[in-house]
Design a protein around this ligand. Structure first.
Ligand code: PLP
Length: 463
């Protein structure tokens, strides 16, 4: 039976279902499976030609223990992806010889977050119906997690969903996706501050055990293991379609919280022949600096045209550090303490371990716009600014022997201002949300104040 352990080594071991419902471990750490299930070469070869849902079942099944029967789990997966607008779910297109783009934006809120959130919504619903429990989901978002979470949980009876986003720092489409749902279990909070402030307050709530237990707090931020797991699947589907397991592949991933690229690391640990995992950052390049120089020292967020990657505290990086430090929870715990007082230095050995899998690169604002423009001219693919960061960084890393797959993390219509400024083209919203600008909004302005936030949440769920 698969057990989940904390990256800080001090929290009780949990089952998959418990880790999913909880999110953050009680010692402040993040849950990881105790061992990584293996896919043999034959197992991987047998994925060719299967539906996305079938691959999802085969990849995730060994991680979930007895949380769901096979039939239940197949049903959950079917329902999760039924609302996607593309039959392939995650189609792969060729940008140039040897460079492929994995389109992860055909879900209901037009960003890759839908892959995990739609699945988690179905798993929560199943699990809570069975237990009769209720939960209160609180999440921080730089824009896309919040809209994906609200879309996945709106109207579910056993769930209240509270989303904190940085006021004035998300795109209008992102904001409207969070503020226009009418269901009264949905609560959008605009917080005065940056994404890192939103994320810090959510972490504080999880560390306030009285509040946490009192309201039945559950986290669906990218630290939730079930989200990472859902994202492992498309590394397999895309790699197999360019020739794995008989060919190695590399991936470039527009990165903020390190969740998406960490899923690639898990795919590699499971046996997928991944040569390089390239972390692509925008001008908020703390991960690029840390991977290339070893110091992780936050120095303030600079708002960019790829706002979902505007981040200084990259939560899931802790999971990569846990492996780089040979699963030493005490060492990780110490680094995270040092981070609280300014930053930390990654040891020589741990840096070498990270560099066995990860490369990195950064893309400036001008380079992002130029990449959007050049790509539409040479390929007819209209990139969102995050995907453009990925494409720019990938181009510098391509090596003719190994196919490169760059993850396209959002639909251009989610970031119309940046796309229009770069190309003169105003990307239209897909028809199912064409009236987004006409719907009325509902949002609560909140201060960056833990006590006040907890008060509002308590009051809302009492009704
Ligand atoms: C969340 C997000 C990212 C960053 O993903 P992480 O898993 O946080 O690294 C990149 N692009 C878009 C569009 C996103 O929504």
């Amino acid at each position: 039976m698969m057990k989940y352990i904390s990256t800080r080594g001090q929290a009780p071991q949990l089952t998959f279902e418990e880790a999913m419902l909880t999110g953050l471990a009680r010692d402040g750490g993040l849950y990881l499976p105790e061992t990584i299930p293996q896919m043999s070469k034959d197992d991987i070869a047998a994925l060719a030609g299967q539906s996305y849902e079938e691959v999802a079942f085969r990849i995730m099944r060994p991680f979930i223990g007895d949380a769901f029967t096979d039939d239940e789990f197949r049903g959950i997966i079917e329902r999760a992806y039924a609302g996607f607008a593309h039959a392939a779910r995650a189609p792969l297109v060729e940008l140039a010889p040897g460079h492929h783009l994995l389109e992860l934006f055909h879900g209901p809120t037009l960003a890759f977050k839908d892959f995990a959130m739609q699945l988690i919504g179905q798993m929560f619903e199943f699990s809570l119906k069975r237990s009769g429990k209720k939960v209160c989901i609180v999440g921080a978002t730089s824009g896309d997690t919040g809209s994906a979470a609200i879309e996945a949980f709106r109207g579910l009876e056993a769930v209240d969903v509270f989303i904190l986003y940085p006021h004035g720092r998300v795109s209008e489409v992102q904001r409207r996706q969070m503020t226009t749902p009418k269901e009264d279990n949905v609560h959008a909070f605009a917080l005065t501050g940056h994404f890192d402030d939103c994320q810090a307050r959510v972490k504080d709530m999880f560390n306030d055990f009285e509040f946490r237990d009192g309201v039945g707090l559950a986290g669906v931020n990218s630290i939730n293991w079930a989200r990472v797991l859902a994202q492992v699947v498309y590394y397999f589907t895309s790699a197999v379609s360019v020739g794995s397991p008989y060919r190695s592949v590399s991936f470039t991933v527009p990165t903020g919280n390190f969740g998406d690229i960490f899923a690639g690391y898990i795919a590699k640990q499971m046996g997928l022949p991944i040569e390089r995992l390239v972390v692509a950052t925008n001008q908020n390049d703390i991960l690029h600096r840390c991977l290339s120089q070893g110091d992780y020292v936050p120095d303030g967020v600079i708002p960019s045209i790829s706002p979902s990657m505007d981040i200084q505290v990259s939560s899931n990086f802790e999971r990569a550090l846990f492996f780089a430090y040979d699963q030493d929870g005490a060492a990780v715990s110490q680094l995270m303490d040092e981070l609280k007082s300014g930053g930390f230095h990654v040891s020589q050995g741990a840096r070498e371990a990270l560099r066995e899998s990860f490369d990195s690169g950064r893309c400036s604002e001008d380079e992002t716009s130029a990449t959007i423009k050049r790509t539409i001219e040479t390929t007819s693919e209209l990139l969102c600014p995050h995907s453009a960061v990925g494409v720019h960084v990938a181009e510098a890393q391509i090596n003719p022997a190994t196919p490169m797959i760059t993850l396209a993390t959002a639909h251009p219509a989610k970031f119309p201002a940046a796309v229009e400024a770069a190309t003169g083209i105003h990307p239209p919203l897909p028809s199912h949300m064409a009236d987004l600008y006409d719907r009325s909004e509902r949002v609560t302005r909140v201060d960056n104040d833990l006590h006040a936030l907890e008060g509002i949440i308590r009051e809302r769920i009492a009704h």
